[in-house]
Design a protein around this ligand. Structure first.
Ligand code: FES
Length: 653
């Protein structure tokens, strides 16, 4: 008679196995993705499966209850202690006795697909570089003079088939106490950058350690830093935090930081120390907020522009300040977190930096490409990631182009008279009545006194402290639509606008958005200087996009994706009224939220995504804005609001 047939769902992988084969063994032999941390000792429960019984006409099978062995003592004990869900079995304990169909639920798969919360229709493939492995190590013996690590390596080979393993000193120093405390059983975090590469032990825990392992996805911007603490098994964000980049005190934008490094001996090292310190503080804060041990953080992925990239690595960015803008390296990097001063994490934690595209187009643009995948788009898509520097990608299946444009920090609320970071108290959305010219706005953290859409009359607003990037963009666009501002960007005085909110400010005028004396909170105005800062920023953004369109030989794009830390908050209408982006039908403008941060998270959770973006950046054509005379022409032409060629009809939309 034939051996029993085992069919795994959902993959459909099948094979015949001798009676008595554990389900986990059958799965491994067929290459079915079934997780295990304890190596089949009935401890971790990662190997849970759901056997199915009954008729399976599709497979021509009738499966009886007796096709799987009953609970053994190990499974019984596990169920008593931790409880198994109804219908679930431990794959390492249940043995095949007859033909059977076995389902592997998503949570038992290492390479599962998870839905990306910020883009519900998109899935993200889990393929983490670090996994947990429990191992029993032989005790030392007077007759066999091998070290603890050598016996650990032998156990990994015998119990897990892992042939090559390395360990760094900070982890080695913890190995001996862990082995003894765990009575020769330890759980290791094993890092393998790609299939077939040697493994590295990055953390060790005595006995069985359940996890979860965590990673940090870091979007290191020139003005702000965002970090997401992520569960490496599920891809879920456990906690997020943001901070200002402390390098701001050395210069607001990238070029001023490069010149700080040029003018001040040791200036680059000062900036390196500042940003590394900020990352370490963010990591510690996130661990504390989520009530978890920083030692569980075994990996981090950082995306940033080239100057931030070099300063984080401790490389003098001076070459990036002058043509031909040579990077020290444009390749992806994988290194020890301790090399970057991130010492509070797991002792051997690793950091992955995405590849840079060119001297001005960094790993942040690569992350946006990973998240938005323009190279897979049927239609021509323009992706703009708005920050202190705008990353711009244009492309479709045939080709993808990228450039970076120096928008300055105005879009992030910096260099704006009442500007502040998007934090409680910041005005984030603005509406101005075109008839009364009275403002309504939405303030972060002050939803109490507002209408269903979150807007409130300025007179009802309390606790207002400033205006953030999305707020200033909407304010300027609304001022234009309400006739408070002409096409050249000049704010009219009360005699022209008819509202007492047009107040004199030096030799120009400002619009009084929030009056501290009668409305409480801070006095917030949009000044002529603010309008000019926004005009410069949006002209740079628009000119970058036009330059890529010229390069591809087109006057139009099919759709626009707005990304960036506040991309989710800019309304397409306001972006278009301002002339930030080329004209497309409004329903063709979508928001991708913080695409660079999402790209960082995708790379954090998936080795295959890292390999993919390393390949893709080779295909992306870089366009250098700094040396391209047409950039200047487009920049000047884009100064008007909206811009020179935009249909005025938009203003009445
Ligand atoms: Fe750990 Fe089955 S493999 S309980």
């Amino acid at each position: 008679t034939q051996d029993p047939l085992v069919i795994f769902t959902p993959t459909g992988k099948r094979g015949r196995f001798p009676v008595g084969t554990p389900v986990l063994t059958a799965a491994r032999q067929l290459g079915v993705d079934l997780d295990s941390v304890c190596g089949g000792r009935g401890i971790c429960s990662k190997c849970q499966v759901s056997p199915s019984f009954g008729q399976f006409p599709k497979h021509g099978l009738t499966v009886s209850e007796g096709a799987l062995s009953g609970w053994n003592a190990v499974e019984q004990r596990y169920d008593e202690k931790r409880g198994l869900k109804p219908g679930r079995r431990l794959g390492c304990q249940a043995q095949v006795l007859g033909d059977i169909v076995i389902d592997v639920p998503p949570e038992s798969q290492v390479h599962r697909q998870v839905v990306r919360k910020e883009a519900a229709l998109r899935a993200m493939e889990m393929d983490p570089a670090t996994r947990l492995v429990m191992v029993d190590v032989a005790e030392p013996d007077m007759h066999e003079p091998t070290g603890d690590f050598e016996r650990l390596a032998r156990a990994l080979s015998d119990q897990w088939g892992i042939a090559e393993v390395a360990i760094d000193l900070p982890v080695l120093t913890r190995l001996q106490p862990a082995l003894r405390q765990g009575e020769w059983r330890v759980t290791l975090a094993l890092h393998q950058p790609r299939d077939g590469a040697p493994h590295r032990v990055t953390a060790v825990w005595p006995g069985f350690f359940e996890g979860p392992l965590l990673g940090l996805a870091i979007d290191l911007g020139s003005t702000t830093i965002a970090a997401h603490l992520t569960d490496l098994a599920t891809g879920e964000v456990v906690a997020s935090a943001g901070a200002m980049n402390p390098q701001i005190r050395f210069g607001e934008d990238l070029m001023s930081r490069v010149s700080y490094a040029m003018m001040n001996p040791g200036g680059d090292a000062e900036m390196t120390a500042a940003v590394r310190g900020a990352l370490a503080t963010l990591a510690a804060g996130l661990a504390e907020e989520s009530n978890t041990d920083q030692g569980r953080i075994v990996e981090a992925v950082v995306v940033c522009n080239p100057v931030m990239h070099h300063l984080l690595l401790g490389i003098d960015p001076v070459e990036l300040g002058q043509a031909p803008f040579a990077l020290a390296t444009s390749s992806a990097m994988e290194l020890a977190a301790s090399d970057l001063g991130l010492t509070g994490l797991a002792p051997g934690a690793r950091v992955y930096l995405l590849p840079c595209i060119a001297g001005h187009v960094g790993a942040d643009a690569a992350a946006v490409a990973l998240s938005e995948d323009p190279g897979a788009s049927e239609d021509l898509v323009l992706i703009v990631d708005v920050g202190t520097n705008a990353e711009i990608l244009l492309g479709n299946r045939e080709r993808v182009l990228a450039c970076s444009s120096p928008t300055g920090p105005a879009f992030e609320g910096a260099q704006i008279s009442s500007g502040q970071r998007a934090a409680p108290g910041a005005i984030e959305r603005v509406r101005i009545d075109p008839v009364t010219r009275e403002p309504r706005f939405r303030v972060i953290g002050c939803e109490l006194w507002s209408d269903e859409e979150g807007f409130a009359e300025a007179t009802a607003a309390t606790g207002v402290t400033g205006i953030c990037g999305s707020g200033i963009i909407e304010a300027v666009a609304e001022m234009r639509m309400a006739g408070l501002l002409d096409a050249s960007g000049l704010i009219g005085g009360a005699d022209r606008t008819g509202t007492p909110r047009s107040v004199p400010e030096g030799r120009t005028h400002a619009y009084l958005l929030h009056d501290a004396s009668t409305e409480g909170g801070a006095r917030i105005t949009v000044t002529q200087g603010d309008i000019r800062a926004i005009q410069l920023a949006k002209s740079a953004l628009y000119a970058g996009a036009r330059l890529l369109m010229d390069e591809i030989g087109t006057d139009t794009v099919d759709r626009v994706v707005l990304a960036g830390a506040f991309g989710a908050h800019i309304s397409p209408l306001h972006a278009m009224v301002l002339g930030m982006i080329p004209d497309v039908p409004l329903d063709k403008v979508t928001s991708a939220g913080n695409a660079a941060g999402t790209g960082a998270r995708i790379a954090l959770c998936s080795r295959s995504a890292r390999a993919k973006i390393e390949r893709e950046v080779q295909r992306i054509t870089k366009v250098e804005t700094a040396i391209e005379p047409r950039f200047q022409e487009h920049f000047v032409a884009a100064n008007a609001i909206p811009h020179a060629t935009a249909p005025f009809a938009l203003l009445r939309a």
